[in-house]
Design a protein around this ligand. Structure first.
Ligand code: FES
Length: 310
């Protein structure tokens, strides 16, 4: 990006038109008292539109007085953001070409050659008829459709030298070219149309029953055969309840519910002992006994009780 300086040729003065003045006062009224400086960008933008696409020094001074700001504060904003132009721009279009890495890798250099040939060898210079100008800027946020240009408030994406020339031809002829991707895709969707979620029954509800049955069968398959007799709780975590009216599906559902219930039982055991182990312990009358905390001996340091700290 080139150094941004004010144009050496400046007009004598600037003032908002009556209509823009009314708009500016209404805009300022939206901000809390004492915070009118926060409106500097929309006010500068309106001044740029009134001037014809660029912002002059008298306009910056006018805006600074209106917002009770020092001139340098307005100057640093206008010279920082590339949305503000500091020199006259083309009457029909000022083309901002993204030259950041993704666009550069996808052909921004070739696009720049088109702009240099059709408009001017140097950026920020007017074409011979005064209708066009161009510059290179940093990322404009459409990297997914690189390479791209911004013209006025529209972006033109997925460009090639040929499609950029076509866009410029349309503007030169007084027509409005279609903004956005210049290839066959919607926004940043795949070229040629969607490649996923393309089954119409996903959207009209027609496939809902089959999908429910399919997902129930899949869930039931995840329940091991042992779940019917001695449940293996370590392998039943993914088995949800099954809602199927057929007898076959009903028995599968029962096995699934049994597995879930065994799992809940295991988690409900205070010592978090798996149910198989708990059952074996009960059968052998060897239930797990919780150890009491150690007793303090009179006159000694109280023992550190890990359990009670939790
Ligand atoms: S790199 Fe070009 S739009 Fe982001």
């Amino acid at each position: 990006m080139s150094v941004r300086r004010l144009d050496p040729v400046q007009p004598e003065s600037f003032a908002f038109t009556p209509g823009n003045l009314v708009w500016a006062k209404e805009t300022l009224a939206k901000y809390p008292e004492g915070r009118q400086a926060s409106a500097v960008i929309p006010i500068l933008w309106r001044a740029q539109e009134q001037i014809g696409g660029w912002i002059t020094r008298p306009a910056m001074e006018y805006v600074a007085r209106m917002l009770d700001m020092s001139f340098i504060r307005v100057y640093e904003i206008a010279t920082f953001y590339t949305m503000f132009q500091l020199s006259p721009v083309g009457r029909k279009a000022h083309v901002q070409l993204c030259g950041t890495t993704p666009c550069m890798l996808r052909g921004a250099e070739e696009l720049k050659e088109v702009l240099r040939r059709r408009i001017h060898r140097e950026p920020h210079r007017l074409s011979a008829n005064g209708n066009f100008s161009w510059e290179e800027v940093e990322c404009l946020g459409a990297c997914v459709n690189a390479p791209m240009v911004l013209i006025s408030k529209d972006t033109y994406e997925d460009l090639t030298p040929e499609t950029l020339e076509r866009v410029l031809d349309e503007i030169a002829a007084g027509r409005e070219p279609k903004p956005g991707p210049q290839i066959d895709r919607q926004f940043s969707a795949p070229e040629g149309g969607p490649t996923t979620l393309i089954d119409p029954s996903l959207y009209d509800g027609g496939g809902a029953g089959e999908r429910e049955q399919a997902s129930a069968t899949t869930a039931a398959r995840q329940v091991p055969p042992s779940a019917a007799g001695k449940p293996d709780t370590a392998r039943t975590e993914t088995a949800p309840a099954v809602h199927s009216p057929s007898p076959e599906k009903t028995s599968e559902a029962e096995r699934s519910r049994q597995a879930v219930s065994d799992r809940a039982e295991a988690h409900a055991t205070p010592e978090k002992v798996p149910s198989r182990v708990a059952r074996a312990a009960r059968e052998a009358d060897m239930s797990v006994v919780k150890q009491p905390p150690p007793r303090a001996v009179e006159g000694s340091e109280p023992p550190f009780d890990n359990q009670s700290k939790k």
